[in-house]
Design a protein around this ligand. Structure first.
Ligand code: BGC
Length: 747
């Protein structure tokens, strides 16, 4: 053995000696600005080295340029925690023992805080974890617009409204990038469903594109300063999004003048020519198996590898496009992996755990609370029945690429026992059996959730427990299993799975003090909403799930979350389903491949815009969320009755806490255009502010309204237009609860 080792070492040293003798070291000048360093590095790179850095060398890394000391560029999912290490070539986890992370709440929960400070805290914390794990690029945030409640990845996104998503994304981006870790904002653009995700071809007019589907991306790119973007799997106007000339060249890099790098989604590239010319800078995940098949049979054959190199040599492509890609990748590298001023980062720190719990508590939405059933009061309650699989199921594992190896996970039942166990009697019943898997890419929860009782037995036991208790806490919803909030599959309907509707109705009959805690990242049908006195929307909350929920149930945290999307009563309240062609009609792409045309016939009428236009009553409206205290809104006023479109209008509204507890209220500003030359939504969100008030306290909330807030996208002029006329600032507690209005006129 020893001899073999010696020989190996000698061979290695000879190899080094050979390398050293053959190559004169080349040093990059690191005293200059990033742009100068980019040009310096570019000027020293060979054609092969340039090709080398624009595609993957493993599942999540690109090779850099060893000769020039440019390090590998490592990416990681994202967006709700740092993914465990995977094998070089496979999705399977690498079984490291030091890569467990803080699992943060799902991004829908973050959006539900309506608090940009929370977005910054989230970004800072997850960025520190990515940095500690030496990742240059965090694959997130996901900010596709919630177009349908069926989309399997809604939980990874920031809701239905472009303004809210844009504001939250901006602060998330800044928080992450302060660590010298790049975000990779995904999935640009129109990746609004998981069914047929590689073959969906959304048909969207320009106005809808610019008003609904692009603003959050623009905010992340320009206000947040995102250093990289990920293209979607879907098509747009016949070309794949990851190298779509309209999205990438004309809009992102052209109109917005963005200087970052476009990374393909994993396996989203299908041809060299359009990938070269369509604005893609880095190719990842096209296929793997580089170790067993040999490098030259794998990564070197990526669309942007040898086929591109050969194309340049044959004169099919010039080096200009290549240099643009290389500059962008170098810039990304200098901003991250070669940034000497990066902080060190940290993993599962006390601060991260506290952030996880805080964001979770702020994002939970109290949807309904009749007769002040919540918070749980020791005067009225002695015995608590906890029912439902989601009370005991760990959910940081599952759901697709955002699946995590969490350092630990406190389930709702554990959190409740910890908080209430001393003073209350707590019983648990399963109620239904849903998903008992608990494994994703080799990461296991190690929970054995098998239960072989019949539906009747499970229901009977749950109903009996409910009858015997003073209050019933039901934990159900979805669970990140396929078709239940998971990548690569949409939900099959809005109904809750596993017979939960019947179970909830039975529980409501058995005990009038029923609280339904719905855990999901998307809206579900609630045909029992009128029969249940209290409903909480609790999302996927990561490590601190149980504690964050117990904080709200006990009143230690006064809920202040509001819905980032409309809670439709049924699919016909959603424009995508009422008018759109979901999941599309069969068509062919330019190569004759099968695709699905998907007309977005509802146009700009997404979410509450569709509800308003059609006078519908959803189960719960966009922006809705209650508190354990009450708030009174005073009269809104504008600082000037009229002005020019270049003026700034300031709207103020006093808000008073009229209850007995301290609490926070999200005050929402919508703009109504009284008359326009085009059809405009009844109102659009253009401001929000979360204000904390002690009992009896009043604060005045102010918003500034400027031209962009009043404008619509004129497709003929290809420009944003603010038409003179009368406008109204609507101040609301939700999109359906406008408390005060103030008029102003633009000349
Ligand atoms: C997902 C991306 C993810 C990537 C890498 C893809 O399948 O769509 O969101 O970042 O895989 O895991």
């Amino acid at each position: 053995m020893k001899l073999i080792n010696l020989l190996a070492a000698a061979a290695l040293m000879m190899g080094f000696a050979h390398t050293m003798a053959a190559q004169t070291p080349v040093y990059l000048d690191d005293s200059k600005s990033i742009e100068e360093r980019v040009e310096d590095a570019l000027s020293k790179m060979t054609l092969e080295e340039k090709i080398g850095i624009i595609h993957a060398q493993s599942k999540f890394s690109a090779p850099g340029v060893p000769r020039l000391g440019i390090p590998e560029l490592w990416c990681t999912d994202g967006p709700m925690g740092v993914r465990p290490e995977v094998l070089w070539d496979e999705w399977e986890q690498a079984s490291w023992t030091n890569d467990s992370c803080t699992a943060f709440p799902s991004l829908t929960c973050l959006a539900a805080t309506w608090n940009t400070d929370m977005a910054n805290l989230y970004g800072k914390s997850i960025g520190e974890e990515a940095r500690f794990r030496n990742k240059a690029v965090l694959l997130g945030p996901g900010i596709n617009i919630y177009r349908t409640p069926l989309c399997g990845r809604n939980f990874e996104y920031l809701g239905e409204d472009p303004y809210l998503s844009g504001k939250m994304a901006t602060d998330y981006v800044k928080g992450v990038q302060d660590n010298g870790v790049a975000v990779c904002v995904k999935h640009f653009a129109l990746n609004n469903n998981e069914i047929n995700r590689h073959t969906s071809n959304p048909i969207v007019d320009d106005r809808t594109l610019y008003e609904i589907y692009l603003p959050a991306f623009k905010a992340a790119a320009l206000d947040g300063g995102a250093w990289s973007f990920m293209g979607g799997y879907n098509l747009f106007r016949g070309e794949h999004a990851s190298y779509n000339p309209i999205l990438m060249n004309d809009i992102l890099k052209g109109e917005w003048g963005w200087d970052g790098a476009v990374i393909s989604d994993w396996g989203a590239v299908h041809d060299t020519e359009t990938a070269v010319t369509g604005g893609l800078d880095m190719e990842f995940g096209s296929w793997t198996d580089g170790l067993s098949n040999g490098r030259s049979n794998a990564y070197d054959n990526y669309w942007l590898a040898n086929p591109y190199l050969n194309g340049i040599k044959e004169g099919k492509f010039t080096e200009d496009e290549l240099d643009d890609k290389v500059r962008r990748v170098l810039r990304l590298t200098f901003r991250t992996a070669m940034n000497r001023n990066r902080p060190w980062g940290s993993m599962v720190s006390d601060e991260h755990i506290a952030a996880c719990r805080k964001i979770g508590g702020e994002g939970i939405v109290l949807l309904k609370n009749q007769n002040d059933l919540l918070p749980i009061s020791p005067e009225k309650v002695k015995k608590i029945a906890v029912i439902g699989e989601n009370a005991i199921k760990m959910m940081t594992v599952g759901g697709g690429s955002s699946s995590l190896k969490a350092a630990y996970e406190i389930t709702p039942l554990e959190g409740i026992k910890k908080r209430f166990g001393k003073d209350f009697e707590i019983v648990y019943e399963r109620g239904y059996v849903g998903d008992t898997l608990g494994e994703y890419n080799g990461v296991k929860t190690n929970q054995d959730l098998r239960d072989f009782r019949s539906v009747a037995e499970l229901t009977d036991a749950a109903v009996k427990a409910a009858k015997d208790a003073d209050i019933v806490l039901y934990f159900g919803g979805l669970n990140k299993a396929d078709h239940n909030d998971a990548e690569d599959s949409d939900r099959l309907s809005m109904e809750l799975p596993y017979g939960q509707d019947a179970l909830i109705k039975a529980l409501a009959k058995a005990n009038k003090n029923l609280v339904v805690v719905n855990i999901s990242g998307t809206g579900v049908a609630m045909p029992w909403a009128d029969e249940v006195p209290a409903i909480l929307q609790a999302w996927y909350l990561g490590n601190e799930t149980g504690n964050a929920i117990a904080d709200v149930l006990s009143g230690d945290v006064n809920p202040s979350g509001k819905l980032p999307y409309t809670y439709y009563a049924d699919l016909m309240q959603c424009g995508a389903h009422k008018l759109g062609e979901y999941p599309g009609t069969p068509a062919k792409d330019k190569f004759g491949n099968d695709i699905f045309d998907m007309p977005y016939n509802e146009g700009i009428y997404v979410g509450y815009r569709f509800i308003d236009k059609n006078n519908l009553k959803p189960t719960f409206p966009f922006g809705h969320g209650l508190s354990y205290t009450t708030f009174k809104y005073g009269k809104a006023s504008v600082d000037k009755a009229q002005g020019s479109k270049n003026d700034k209008f300031t709207v103020s509204v006093p808000v008073t806490n009229t209850g007995k507890r301290a609490g926070s209220e999200v005050v929402e500003l919508y703009i109504h255009d009284s008359k326009a030359s085009v059809d405009r939504p009844e109102k659009e969100l253009k401001g929000f502010s979360k204000v904390f008030l002690q009992p009896g306290e009043t604060k005045t909330v102010t918003f500034e309204i400027t031209e962009p807030d009043l404008s619509f996208f004129d497709a003929d002029k290809h420009a944003w237009v603010c038409e003179p006329g009368d406008f109204e600032a609507l101040i609301g507690a939700s999109s359906a609860d406008i408390r005060s209005k103030a008029k102003f006129t633009v000349h």
